[in-house]
Design a protein around this ligand. Structure first.
Ligand SMILES: O=C(O)CCC(=O)C(=O)O
Length: 249
């Protein structure tokens, strides 16, 4: 049964932590599959795309990151039944439905990895990329495959920032793929760092400003990310509507 205080906290902060939602036995197979993808990045399953550290000018200037490290993957849910089943698990869907509504889909999916020395992800809002309307009907489920710590680049959130809607963006010439929100003179609270155990899920509103720091450890920090939306929500970017990962309801 979904506890309504969770929704209240999510509405207030723009994020919600479900600590250790999955235990080790439930995480083993997804970890194994992601480790295989990272070990064999030149041969991803059909339809799945892989991104590497070193793809942008800023990446190339980084002395920390190994240029060929795998940094991301996309469309695991869209193309692979194992990930579809994972994204449909009752424990996840109960929370997603409690946060955004009863009829849902996986609008987009990705996996983000920080190799040892891997770079920070600058502050951004998911909705500045996805442009899903209504704006409140997109929630990201960030699933920790490893313990995420303040040293290896855990998620960090600006509480309440989702209430300001989607900010205008600037492009960072060094890292042009990143949308840098222009928050003007707005006084925003300090970020909240969210270290979590492996198997934890952090849900965040599509307009919540968030970022993650460099990985200053010698081990990987990996996460799988499902961006859920309500069944009828649509993006203003028609291409994204054509690439929906998984219809559920
Ligand atoms: O995993 C990260 O470091 C960043 C993830 C993120 O920005 C997101 O899930 O929207």
């Amino acid at each position: 049964m979904f506890d309504p205080t969770l929704r209240k906290n999510y509405d207030r902060d723009g994020f919600l932590i479900a600590e250790a939602l999955f235990d080790n036995s439930e995480m083993n197979e997804i970890r194994r599959r992601i480790d295989t993808l990272i070990a064999e990045p030149d041969h991803p399953p059909e339809g799945v795309t892989v991104g590497r550290e070193g793809n942008t000018a800023g990446d190339r200037q980084s002395s920390l990151a190994r240029d060929d490290s795998v940094r991301s993957a996309a469309f695991l849910v869209r193309f692979l039944p194992f990930f579809q089943d994972f994204a449909r698990q009752a424990k996840l869907l109960e929370l997603v439905r409690g946060l955004i509504g009863p009829r849902i889909k996986v609008f987009r999916d990705q996996a983000l990895f920080k190799p040892p020395g891997g770079q920070a992800k600058p502050p951004h809002q998911d909705q500045s990329y996805f442009l899903v309307e209504p704006a409140d009907e997109l929630v990201t489920a960030w699933i920790a495959l490893d313990a995420a710590t303040t040293e290896n680049g855990c998620m960090c959130y600006i509480p309440g920032s989702h209430r300001h809607g989607v900010f205008p963006i600037n492009k960072d010439p060094k890292r042009p793929v990143h949308h840098v929100p222009d928050t003007g003179k707005l006084a925003l609270p300090d970020p909240v760092r969210c270290p979590v155990a492996a198997g934890s899920v952090i849900f965040h509103h599509g307009c919540t400003l968030h970022f993650s720091d460099d990985n200053r450890t010698d081990t990987w920090r990996k996460a799988v990310i499902f961006h859920y939306a309500t069944a009828d929500a649509c993006s203003a970017n028609e291409r994204l509507n054509q690439e929906v990962s998984l219809e559920i309801d």
